[in-house]
Design a protein around this ligand. Structure first.
Ligand code: ADE
Length: 430
């Protein structure tokens, strides 16, 4: 079943399901603020206004509803797309932004703190608009379409996926031969993961932890579980704030990298004993479990910045605890039998978007420029594509980098003809 709610405001009918349309004014102001840090997306928006490359393409988006996402939606709208948006996480919605988007004529279905049933009802509302293209962050839209709306799959031109976890799920579908339409893995563009995953997650995760707890990190032991691009970013930012950083890994190559980057590497069981703050960013399941909670110090703070909320075994800590209190909005304190307290932040949901505002606009600028250009690529080239997961075309990745660099006022060198020839040859030796 899908529901399209209509809420009427003086003189205007808007579609969507948001907390409060009266928040729209604050949303508009904050969207404009974020735009001022998104020069690449702004240029693309202006180009789209002239060329309308997405004219009448119906796009269903399931993304974190933030000021940055709003600017992506407005760029796609400028390009002529017909949009509907829902949240890709129940806790990441900025309610004022959702309200403003409805008023901009983009049906938006998302409310911060929505329950599981509402979350999926909102995805259904987007699917009810009969999208021809999906834009996902975590792959929930694609899997819901695939499992519940196979009748709509024939109309699909393609989709874009924003995040590592989503790409992993889509590759699993591809491997099983059930990927329903071509997908561009936006996450895999260098101009996405090298910056968004590293500097974006690095800064926003620590911002989320600090906003949630006001903890001082200097001199504390921060344990980062997972040393992919996100883990690297969190580790370097935590070290920058004076923390002693411990990294845990399952991949020996990344473990060596973390060691040579200057961090202590050990197993989670060893880290559990000494850690003050724990962050999971592995994309995996039950990374911190009962056996680890048991070893933690009184006052340990545990959170997750990976896409899904199953990196922490929350049932285990709930079972182990005598009682639970909530001293601050995003902090739940579990008191264990011996009196020790372990704090879980934001119900194990991604701390950077639940307690913070997600990555800063300046980094989402490149991620969402890739999304916008890949949507055009799919609209123009879908007939040539198979039901596969594709990397972002190199020209798009390079164009985004060139636009960002120029917006920063930075110039770089180009190869001389002699150098180009040299790089293309094999005959020059010692
Ligand atoms: N993912 C991480 N940060 C984000 C942001 N600010 N907006 C949308 N998606 C995000």
């Amino acid at each position: 079943m899908s529901v399209v709610e209509e809420r009427t405001r003086v003189g205007a009918t808007v579609q969507g399901d948001v907390k409060d349309l009266n928040l729209a004014e604050s949303g508009r102001a904050r969207i404009a603020w974020a735009k001022s840090y998104m020069p690449v997306l702004t240029q693309i928006n202006e180009r789209f206004e002239e060329t309308r490359p997405l004219r009448d393409v119906r796009i269903g988006a399931c993304l974190h509803v933030t000021t940055e996402t709003a600017n992506l939606m407005l760029a796609l709208q400028a390009g002529g797309a017909k949009l509907a948006l829902c949240a890709s996480n129940p806790l990441s919605t900025q309610d004022d932004v959702a309200a403003a988007l409805c008023e901009y004529g983009i049906p938006t279905y998302s409310i911060k703190g929505e329950d599981h049933e509402t979350y999926y009802r909102h995805i259904e509302s987007v699917i009810a608009t009969k999208p021809q293209m999906t834009m996902d962050d975590g792959c929930d839209l694609v899997t819901t379409l695939f499992t519940k709306h196979s009748d709509q799959l024939g109309d699909m031109l393609g989709g874009c996926e924003e995040t590592t976890t989503g790409v992993i799920r889509l590759r699993a579908m591809e491997k099983e031969g059930v990927l329903p339409y071509p997908i561009v893995a936006v996450n895999n563009a260098l101009t996405k993961h090298m910056f968004d995953n590293r500097y974006g997650t690095g800064q926003s995760t620590l911002d989320g932890i600090i906003r949630a707890t006001n903890v001082l990190l200097a001199g504390r032991v921060v344990v980062v579980c997972g040393y992919g691009w996100c883990g690297r970013g969190i580790a370097s930012r935590a070290a920058g704030l004076g923390a002693h950083v411990v990294v845990t890994e399952i991949d020996p190559r990344k473990a060596i990298e973390a060691t040579m980057d200057g961090y202590h590497v050990m197993s989670i069981a060893e880290a559990a004993v000494i850690g003050d703050v724990f962050v999971t960013v592995t994309g995996n399941y039950h990374v911190i479990r009962g056996e680890h909670f048991k070893l933690m110090k009184d006052g340990a703070i545990v959170c997750n910045s990976g896409h899904f909320n199953d990196e922490l075994d929350l049932d285990a800590i709930a079972e182990m605890a005598l009682r639970k209190t909530q001293p601050r909005e995003f902090v739940e304190q579990f008191e264990l039998h011996d009196g020790r307290k372990v704090c879980i932040l934001a119900q194990g949901r991604l701390i950077n978007l639940a307690a913070g505002e997600g990555h800063p606009a300046a980094v989402m600028d490149m991620s969402f420029a890739n999304q916008a250009l890949c949507a055009v690529y799919l609209a123009q080239r879908h007939k040539e594509l198979e039901k596969r997961v594709y990397d972002v075309p190199l020209e798009i990745d390079e164009e985004v980098a060139a636009l960002k660099l120029s917006s920063l006022g930075i110039s770089i060198d180009t190869l001389t003809p002699e150098q180009s020839k040299y790089m293309a040859s094999w005959s020059e030796g010692t």
